[in-house]
Design a protein around this ligand. Sequence first.
Ligand code: TXA
Ligand code: MG
Length: 343
Amino acid sequence: MNTKILSVGNLSTEEISYTEAVQLLHSGEVVAFPTETVYGLGAIATNEKAVAKIFEAKGRPQDNPLIVHIGSKDEISDFISHIPEKAQLCMDAFWPGPLTLILPLKETVLASNVSAGLDTVGVRMPNHPVALKLLRELKLPVAAPSANRSGKPSPTKARHVHKDLNGRIPAIIDGGATGMGLESTVLDCTSEIPTILRPGGVTKEMLEQVIGKVNETKLVDKSEAPRAPGMKYAHYAPNAPVYLIEASVQSIQEAIASIHKEDKKVALIATDQLKVVDANYYFSLGNNEQVKEAAHLLYEALRSCDDTDADIVLAPVFEKDGVGAAIMNRLEKAADGKWFFEK
Ligand code: TXA
Ligand code: MG
């Protein structure tokens, strides 16, 4: 299969690109498209065979459910059986935006592989002009996980999608770099006190201002059954092992010296204040003051490690408040919880 790149940055080809994407989706195909978080790989959520192609192209485990994307809030009642009051408040405050709500599913409307057999489903209305235009032209819910091969960092540019899925999907809509750069916050709204299953751009602090107390799940122990099935899989990882390290120039220097002693090469992913020149490769996460910039750059930095011959990736940690919680959630998973110096 030839993977076509559909451009929407150019007025003369824009309409043709949308029409082509809509036709592909209607015909039961998958199409990658940009959202404000990361690129998604979409299929019409009522078409079981089309949804199966998402799992196949990504190499995604069948028990990991997908997020359904909608272009207008009223579509939700087509496939959600009941909208709790707190979920409604969140929709009013944060949609369109990077917040996925887990809600009770109406039976038999969506293809069963979307929710991997669960009686709930994740829904969000993305805040990106390309995603919204596509969804509004389709007028159907679109199931879309991140458009990476399973286990790899999510794509923040069309080029990343192409690298992972070239030849496996018919088309990618290229809408430039995504904004936020990390996946949406996933909030389980099926209990009285909602629970954050995955931290993201809509932070705990922001949610609590609107709906009061919210719980958080800890990074799951692999032996437990996780509440967000996706959380149990290795994730966001470059090929070389990633190690967390204290955010100090001195510990980074010590770590690099000991890695070099073993004749190994190191890639450092850090904010500019922590740039240590001895690192063989350095990928900037921007200025320390701007956590949002770090979120925006993180996945590209992790992916860039795969273009080097680094044996080890060092990742200094962030404070876990605000968007820092989302960054650390991804880094801890990329590192599988490993620290360079034992904690
Ligand atoms: O920003 C995003 O959310 C991106 C863009 C494309 O919208 N999508 C995305 O999807 O990150 P995905 O499939 O990579 O991550 C979805 C996460 C997984 O951890 C999955 O297990 C969890 O949400 N999830 C989906 N449905 C669920 C459900 N019914 N109950 C619990 N967790 C669910
Ligand atoms: Mg994903």
